[in-house]
Design a protein around this ligand. Structure first.
Ligand SMILES: NC(=O)C1=CN([C@@H]2O[C@H](COP(=O)(O)OP(=O)(O)OC[C@H]3O[C@@H](n4cnc5c(N)ncnc54)[C@H](O)[C@@H]3O)[C@@H](O)[C@H]2O)C=CC1
Ligand SMILES: N[C@@H](CC=O)C(=O)O
Ligand code: NA
Length: 437
């Protein structure tokens, strides 16, 4: 026992809330030794009991706002998710002088600027380590560990559900929908799993990382967002034949013309570390001018990995509260007044190599008409696979890897190719990145 106790209130007793409760209880001794204070769960706000998480004699309210109003609660831990009630809850807690710990990336990405300002106004802080890459301490790494660097770029697999789905499709040939159902049962997916599948969750996380890395206010609406729903088992297989793996990647890069902010499926050479991050694991590669490349790896979702990050924030706050020094570290790592509104590069100007897949007539002259359209646009073909036609079929899949081309240029070339009678349907496109860790 230590002489002081920091009183917290937990709102939400679902996957992360129950994980947080269990980790705080199980590791109480080490946690209080690290925090230099006991962590006293003064109140839990939960609509209903969670049979997997008996609370013993911990006080419970069915009204989560009771936690924000409880005068003894110093830190409110928001684990309900969403951006409506959660926003009201956090605002009320801040207005009542409580510090906030949250795992809610949607809330931080979309409303972080105003919530951080509100927190500053009330002399309290919001901590959100669990909001990006689950248990990986990537927020702390960017905000504190890499504070001496100009961060040039970062790229990461930052959605556990999506990576779990792509890994199971590739390794076991499993069906997309079936793996998604399993990810939901395991507690990895968002309440609305389209956030995972359509890339919105990764976009929430990427914008947070970019702000921490480059010192810019959060700009969620500027992130180019493409999910994994259109990646087919054929793409996974063809990528493999070409020596690549398909991963859902978030990329943020600082360039002279602006910042790239994009999440999309990506072909990565199979020898790269990021290509070998599988299942629910996440990994973020950060390139700093002083440190060079650094890589952060671990579980990106799930009850206790996420609780690990929530508890780390609670410990940080408890240390500061017991030392009487809260607000030491700015919410986005840079003094708020010195955040810069950096321009975001339009996607048409973003340059990457491309993987392309199309269905074309299997007859002389078709391939050369396609390649000449590319060459008219200054795009060269680096690798090509032409599959044999299926029995009775006259069309064959053509798979290509191109050199680096701006998206705008590729859009024009692809539109011309799609207009050819000898090509049916849309040309599937996936960007390629060769990031060196
Ligand atoms: N599950 C995971 O692996 C991770 C989740 N997160 C984030 O953590 C937060 C919580 O996620 P989960 O625990 O997975 O969700 P969950 O759905 O398992 O738990 C949320 C809990 O909050 C309660 N709740 C929701 N709205 C409420 C309201 N208006 N009033 C009272 N209670 C309410 C629900 O009944 C549920 O018990 C979300 O912001 C999520 O994005 C972050 C990292 C990883
Ligand atoms: N749904 C998210 C949960 C963690 O942030 C994911 O799958 O990564
Ligand atoms: Na984290």
């Amino acid at each position: 026992m230590t002489s002081q106790a920091v009183k917290i209130g937990i709102c939400g007793l679902g996957t992360v809330g129950s994980g947080t409760f269990k980790v705080l209880r199980r590791n109480a001794e080490a946690i209080s030794a690290r925090a230099q204070a006991d962590i006293d769960i003064a109140l839990v706000g939960a609509r209903r009991d969670n049979p997997d998480c008996p609370l013993g004699d911990t006080p419970v309210s069915r009204d989560i706002f009771a936690v924000a109003r409880d005068p003894q609660v110093q830190v409110l831990v928001e684990l309900i998710g969403g951006t409506t009630v959660a926003k009201e809850l956090v605002e009320e807690a801040l207005a009542n002088g409580k510090h906030v710990v949250t795992a809610n990336k949607a809330l931080i990405a979309e409303f972080g600027n105003e919530l951080f300002a509100l927190a500053e106004q009330h002399g309290v802080v919001i901590r959100y380590e669990a909001a990006v890459a689950g248990g990986i301490p990537i927020i702390k790494a960017l905000r504190e560990g890499l504070a001496g660097n100009r961060v040039e770029w970062l790229a990461g697999i930052i959605n556990g559900t999506g990576n779990f789905i792509l890994s199971e499709m590739r390794d076991k040939g499993r069906d997309f929908a079936e793996v998604l159902t399993e990810a939901q049962a395991l507690g990895y997916a968002e309440a609305d799993p389209t956030f995972d599948v359509e890339g919105i969750d990764a976009a929430h996380k990427l914008v947070i990382l970019a702000s921490l890395a480059f010192g810019m206010p959060l700009q969620f609406s500027s992130v180019y967002t493409e999910g994994i729903a259109r990646v087919t088992p054929d793409d996974v297989e063809y990528a493999e034949e070409l020596g690549y793996r398909i991963k859902h990647l978030g990329v943020a890069k600082q360039g002279d013309e602006g910042v790239e902010l994009r999440v999309h499926p990506t072909l990565i050479p199979e020898a790269r570390l990021l290509a070998n991050v599988n299942g629910v694991k996440n990994a973020v590669l950060v390139e700093g001018d002083a440190v060079g490349p650094t890589l952060y790896y671990g579980a990106g979702a799930g009850a206790e990995p996420t609780a690990s990050a929530v508890v780390a924030d609670i410990v940080d706050l408890a240390r500061e509260l017991s030392a009487g020094q809260v607000c030491r570290v700015p919410a986005l790592g840079f003094a708020t007044a010195r955040l810069k509104d950096l321009p975001v590069l339009p996607m048409e100007a973003v340059v990457t190599p491309w993987y392309l897949r199309m269905e074309a007539e299997d007859k002389p002259g078709v391939l050369s008409s396609i390649t000449s359209i590319f060459s008219e646009h200054g795009i060269s073909i680096e690798a090509l696979i032409q599959k044999a036609p299926a029995a009775g079929e006259t069309r064959v899949p053509l798979i290509m890897l191109t050199n680096a081309a701006a998206q705008g240029n590729m859009d024009e070339a692809v539109a011309t190719i799609e207009a050819l009678d000898s090509v049916s349907g849309e040309v599937a496109r996936i960007r390629v990145e060769d990031l060196d860790g």
